[in-house]
Design a protein around this ligand. Structure first.
Ligand SMILES: NC(=O)c1ccc[n+]([C@@H]2O[C@H](COP(=O)([O-])OP(=O)(O)OC[C@H]3O[C@@H](n4cnc5c(N)ncnc54)[C@H](O)[C@@H]3O)[C@@H](O)[C@H]2O)c1
Length: 452
């Protein structure tokens, strides 16, 4: 803890002198003189490696330790670090709990956790208890108890947790946030969002093709097919709500003047994954006998304390193009991402859509104006740069992150609550108030003032 305090002190002194080198590469925004965040990674699969790659481009990060139980992933990560000409980090992963040895290292200030969902809360809780500034991939938790564990551990240890929801940093999402803050849509009324992504090749990834292929999952498969698909076998609920609901929660100030009150969820039948197996593996394949529990399209309606509704869709098992399906609607008009259109009463021609482009350009968020050039090539259209940048800048100062433990808990609670609602024919389920009443006086995060 001592060295952590010294680090923070050094950071405060040095932060006045941050300078920039021009250039479009992500790394150009930091210099060797910047105070370094000593960062460790738990889980260097596909996502952890994305974060690692982006971290290696920053001169204000020293990767001091990595952990993964798959030696192949460790090898890839070490190669990337060596190729970047950087010092070899300490390596962990001899057992599933070896990450706890990593957490004991004094030379680790902050940790990024990018492991399968069932490990998230356990690892984040251990990390916060070890005094590390913790970044956790989405979703953060699987049960209400785990949601509380995140909040309680943050409160008792004082360690910060940031949920690494990159979609909150998407350029159109931040432009719309800017429009909301400038009251362009008027008083907010209704939202739609979701995760609508054909994941069939991800869920059955034997590595037969660059992006999956085959019909196996579990031990015989690679990456997310190893663990994610089993959630579709065993759980009927929205298991991945945060890409959609994270941005919407920020737009309507959830946990900061507003909160989720209750939800209802309904699921369709489950045919998508079965059909995919039959089509690609044949009727006789043993996996064609599996009864998938997760409905192909799961629709959740959330009510907020301020009287808005949010429709959240989980749609990952059927053929379809990708869309997060955003709609933001207020007293004066609305944005719909599908169709790329905006209508604002008194500004748009009556009853006619404007293409969203001009509006989004006009309200381009200060964050994108400032960092857009550095974000190029960072992954997922640039938003991976922003989420890492917010994490690193918050961790360097050891201050509350923009997306915190309360956000992680409230957004992730949709999973168990949707399961309970579906199980009970769509019966309403109440959200716990993870802020214990503080949502009433917590102020919205100032996205325009803060520069990360
Ligand atoms: N924000 C995004 O855009 C985005 C994109 C992809 C994935 N994700 C999330 O990132 C997380 C990881 O997904 P992924 O695609 O990288 O999966 P992955 O399976 O490729 O990687 C997970 C890694 O964790 C390792 N692991 C498992 N148990 C471990 C343990 N006990 N100790 C150490 N390492 C362990 C595995 O060996 C694997 O390398 C998931 O939560 C996923 O939902 C987010």
């Amino acid at each position: 803890m001592n060295s952590r305090r010294n680090f923070i002190k050094k950071t405060a002194i040095a932060s006045a002198g941050i300078s920039m080198i021009s250039g479009s590469a992500l790394g150009a925004m930091t210099t060797a003189n910047d105070p370094k965040l000593r960062l460790a990674f738990i889980g260097v699969g596909l996502r952890g490696t994305n974060h690692l790659q982006n971290s290696l481009l920053r001169k204000d990060i020293e990767v001091t330790a990595i952990c993964d139980i798959d030696p192949k992933r460790i090898k890839i990560a070490l190669q990337k670090i060596e190729d970047a000409g950087l010092k070899k980090p300490k390596v962990f992963g001899d057992s599933e709990y070896d990450y706890r040895n990593l957490l004991e290292l004094d030379e680790v200030d902050a940790v990024i956790i990018a492991t399968p969902w069932l490990w998230h809360t356990k690892m984040a809780v251990d990390s916060m208890k070890a005094g590390k500034y913790t970044g956790l991939e989405v979703s953060a938790a699987n049960t209400l108890e785990e949601c509380w564990d995140l909040v309680n551990t943050h409160e008792t240890t004082g360690s910060h947790l940031m949920i690494l929801e990159n979609v909150n940093y998407r350029r159109d999402v931040l432009a719309v946030l800017n429009m909301v803050k400038q009251n362009v849509f008027g008083e907010l009324v209704h939202f739609r969002c979701g995760y609508q992504h054909d994941l069939r090749k991800v869920k059955f990834n034997n590595g037969l093709q660059p992006y999956g292929g085959g019909v196996e999952f579990g031990e015989k498969a690679l990456s997310e097919a190893k663990w994610r698909t089993n959630h579709s076998v065993l759980r009927n609920g929205d298991v991945y709500p945060t890409h959609g609901v994270g941005p919407i929660a920020t737009l309507c100030d959830i946990n900061r003047g507003n909160r989720f009150i209750s939800l209802t969820s309904n699921a369709t039948k489950a045919i998508g994954l079965h059909n995919y197996i039959v089509k690609n593996g044949g009727k006789e394949h043993q996996n064609s006998k599996i009864k998938f529990k997760q409905g192909d399209v799961i629709t959740t309606t959330i009510e907020t304390a301020k009287g808005e509704t949010i429709i959240v869709t989980h749609d990952c098992n059927l053929p379809r193009p990708y869309s997060l399906g955003f709609r933001v609607q207020g007293a004066n008009g609305l944005w719909e991402v599908d169709g790329n259109r905006i209508y604002i009463e008194g500004k748009s021609k009556p009853h006619k859509w404007d293409t969203a482009d001009e509006w989004l350009k006009k309200y381009d968020h200060p964050l994108w104006k400032k960092h857009g050039q550095y974000a190029t090539g960072s992954g997922h259209g640039g938003m991976d740069f922003f989420v890492l940048n917010a994490f690193v800048e918050s961790a360097k100062q050891n201050i509350a992150p923009p997306l915190d433990a309360y956000d992680a808990a409230a957004w992730s609670a949709i999973t168990p609550l949707s399961e309970a609602s579906i199980e009970n024919n769509g019966a309403p389920q109440d959200f716990p108030d993870f802020t214990r009443g503080l949502w009433i006086k917590r102020k919205p995060y100032n996205w325009n003032k803060n520069t990360y």
